[in-house]
Design a protein around this ligand. Structure first.
Ligand code: PMP
Length: 401
């Protein structure tokens, strides 16, 4: 008799895929009393539940059919208008027609990879970078190279030198998080933003500017996005695709992000999205739109920035007690502090000791396209309370031994 066991044949990228290193850590969250500095989760206490409840009630009461029916792939007109207005408040004048609502900004990145790249294309990311971007690029078969960064973000001088040594157009695209990067928290200086845009024009590549954290600034003064600046730099116009999200400032559970792209890219992303999810949940879009229209986000933002600033400050204070063993860079916004263990301590080994002490962080190796710095670590101050930050750092100190 034939063997009737099914044989599964997988696509090349999924023959032996590796999942997210950060998601692997989730299983430890169930350990009683665990304090996590691992995920980039917003603080649950900062969710604006009352205003979201009002928006949700209104959404279903006033427009039940719009909430419950399929909607246009481009997104709900009211939400697109509200997000365009939000972009204007952030200093970027955007046409509603260029803004696509996505199911989280993660989907925006996936759509862009689909429509802009072919397997084997060379792309650049920051060193270190956001792991889910790395994963998406790798699964799509890209050759991912990393560009050096320092406390001010991408080192544009080093990048200029590197690009000068490559054939024109060799790099198709650069993915970056210029404002409060994940994982480093670094913010790219104005001078470097302009230099990066000039490089994109000179070497003919596109920039994906991923900006989920820019609104969470708690120190220093605001900087224009690459998208806004691209209007000012000769040849840079139309070279920046901007991604952003309500996840970090409202709630990741809404799964609302957006993508701003030049028309030729935009129309292709819409077609790509049709086969992914037809449209982002109209119900969630309506809630997000009403929340924004009510002005609730604008009212909440100062408190969010202040709240995350206080948590960051508390973590930096605690970390000053660990400076013999851990060197850190203070961020001016976002959710992360990036550190390097001194004396060659290996972060993966430290993590095992930390888990025994009931505290979690992400070892830095998850964030590198190649040649990981095994002594680096990412700590998020966003989700734990101030007391948990104090206690978690005491535990981390004990893990260092
Ligand atoms: N980009 C970066 C840099 C992120 O840190 C995250 C979330 N951790 C995302 C994108 C994805 O966010 P969203 O919930 O909007 O899909």
């Amino acid at each position: 008799m034939n063997d009737l066991t099914p044989t599964y044949r997988f696509a090349p990228a999924f023959q032996a895929p590796t999942g997210s290193a950060i998601r692997e850590l989730f299983k430890y969250l169930a350990q009683p009393g665990m304090i996590s500095f691992a995920g980039g989760y917003p603080a649950t206490g900062f969710f604006d539940q009352a205003n979201l409840q009002l928006a949700a009630d209104r959404a279903l009461r006033e427009s039940p059919v719009d909430c419950l029916q399929y909607a246009a792939t481009e997104g709900l007109p009211l939400l697109r208008e509200q997000l365009t207005a939000l972009m204007a408040r952030r200093g970027a004048q955007v046409d509603v027609a260029d803004l696509l609502v996505t199911t989280g900004s993660q989907q925006g990145l996936d759509l862009l990879i689909k429509v802009l790249l072919s397997p084997g294309d060379q792309v650049l990311v920051e060193r270190p970078t956001y792991p889910a971007a790395l994963q998406a690029l790798r699964l799509a078969g890209m050759q991912v190279h990393s560009a050096a960064t320092d406390a001010q973000g991408l080192d544009t001088d080093a990048l200029a030198e590197r690009l000068a040594g490559l054939p024109h157009g060799a790099i198709r695209l650069l993915y970056c998080v210029p404002t409060f990067a994940n994982p480093t928290g670094a913010c790219l200086s104005l001078e470097r933003r302009l230099a990066l845009l000039a490089l994109a024009a000179r070497h003919d590549f596109l920039i994906i500017e991923d900006d989920p954290y820019g609104a969470l600034r708690f120190a220093g003064s605001e900087l224009p996005s690459l998208l806004a600046l691209s209007e000012q730099v000769e040849g840079a116009r139309g070279r920046v695709v901007h991604l952003s999200s309500l996840s970090k400032v409202v709630a990741p559970g809404l799964r609302i992000g957006w993508l701003i792209a030049p028309p030729a890219v935009f129309t292709r992303c819409v077609i790509a999205k049709q086969t992914v999810d037809l449209c982002t949940s109209p119900w969630a879009q309506r809630i997000g739109a009403l929340y924004l229209q009510e002005g609730a986000l604008e009212r909440a933002l100062p408190g969010l920035a202040q709240g995350y600033g206080a948590k960051c400050q508390r973590m930096l204070e605690g970390l000053s007690g660990l400076q013999e063993v851990l060197e850190v860079s203070p961020p001016a916004g976002g959710m992360f502090i990036w550190g390097r263990c001194r004396h060659g301590v290996d972060a993966a080994t430290l993590l095992q000791r930390a888990i025994k002490q009931n505290v979690l962080f992400v070892p830095g190796s998850a964030f590198y396209a190649q040649e990981a710095d095994a002594s680096s670590i990412r700590l998020s101050f966003a989700a734990p309370s101030l007391e948990q930050i104090d206690e978690g750092l005491l535990r981390l100190g004990r893990a260092f031994g």
